[in-house]
Design a protein around this ligand. Structure first.
Ligand code: AVI
Length: 323
């Protein structure tokens, strides 16, 4: 049985304020990547995960399928699972099935999207000895609520899969791990998925696929601003661009203005003039070295108990234990 703990709906004004701040920023204009995921964007992201060029999601799932039993063996008894950004929940099945071999397990998906929570319950609702309680909240608020509601002797395994950590700047990613650690107790665990560095060509192809799905995902952000904020972006005058930033070791997605053009965004009370060739930076995907994740764990109050790396697509599942 899924119970929702619903937040008051976010206001259009928050979106408008972020759009205004990002587009009026001196120097490089930006839009926050979290707004890529409206209903259309989320569906396009699901399609990205199936693309031959984007091996990340398959590697993540392969590792969980192959090593769930070994991961679960290293966890304390009486452990329940909280997942940050559960998505459809497909990959989580392997962990829940392995845990349900040894105990009754609660699974707490934490998601701001009610449709993703519903999909997750549909996908995972039938596993014996697993009960699902969804939290429709931002990650850390939801995790706090889960942690506060647990019994004294219960431990938590937090799942943060799919290399979503890569969408934070490196410093912010570490800060996020530190915040998770503060909510946890000693002996609790975090299973962290991280996409590893690979050849620049492979990485660029993953974010600039031949079918143009990633381009549609990126451009949909402008379409969303048109739909929700009444803007007049002409999508035919922008093109998707994926870049590898050597210094920061990250893929950056940009939207390039193909001519000098003015755009009005009435709900944000903004008018911008974009030059030909100017870009709006919409997302970063940081890539890691396996040993770098061990250091991140140590600096944020965890120790790395195990690391599993996919052989086909360099990607690591890192089991971190709160020290
Ligand atoms: C969700 N996140 C880990 C994806 C990534 O690879 O950074 C989002 C994505 N953007 C373009 N393709 C996939």
């Amino acid at each position: 049985m899924l119970t929702y703990q619903t937040l008051p709906s976010r206001h259009v004004s928050e979106f408008a304020a972020s759009v205004s701040e990002g587009l009026l920023k001196p120097g490089q204009r930006e839009l926050p990547s979290k707004y890529l995921y409206d209903e259309v964007g989320s569906a396009l992201f699901e399609a990205i995960c199936l693309l031959p060029e984007y091996g990340l999601t398959r590697a993540d799932a392969r590792l969980l399928q192959a090593h769930a039993a070994k991961i679960v063996e290293r966890l304390p008894s009486r452990i329940h699972v909280a997942e940050l950004g559960s998505g459809s929940g497909k990959k989580t099945r392997w962990i829940l099935e392995a845990l349900s071999q040894r105990q009754k397990t609660y699974y707490f998906p934490i998601e701001i999207s009610p449709s993703a929570l519903a999909a997750c319950e549909k996908e995972l609702g039938q596993i014996d000895l697993v009960s699902i309680v969804g939290y429709e909240q931002p990650y850390l608020e939801g995790l706090c609520a889960v942690a506060q509601g647990r019994d004294e002797n219960d431990h938590l395994l937090v799942l943060f899969l799919g290399s979503t950590i890569g969408n934070f700047d490196r410093a912010a990613g570490e800060e996020f791990l530190r915040e998770i650690r503060e909510i946890l107790q000693t002996g609790d665990a975090l299973l962290l998925g991280t996409d590893l560095e690979k050849s620049v060509e492979t990485q660029l192809r993953a974010y600039n696929d031949a079918a143009g799905v990633t381009a549609a995902f990126n451009l949909n952000l402008l379409a969303r601003i048109n739909r929700e904020l009444g803007a007049d972006f002409d999508l035919t005058c922008f093109e998707h661009e994926a870049r590898w930033n050597f210094e920061e070791r990250r893929i950056e997605m940009h939207l390039r203005s193909m001519r000098r053009q003015g755009v009005k965004i009435p709900a944000a009370n903004v008018r911008v003039m974009l030059n030909e060739g100017e870009t709006i930076w919409t997302e970063s995907s940081h890539k890691y070295k396996a040993e770098e994740v061990v250091g991140m764990a140590e600096r944020t109050g965890f120790r790395c108990e195990g690391q599993w790396v996919d052989e086909e697509w360099p990607f690591a599942q890192n089991l971190l234990i709160a020290g």
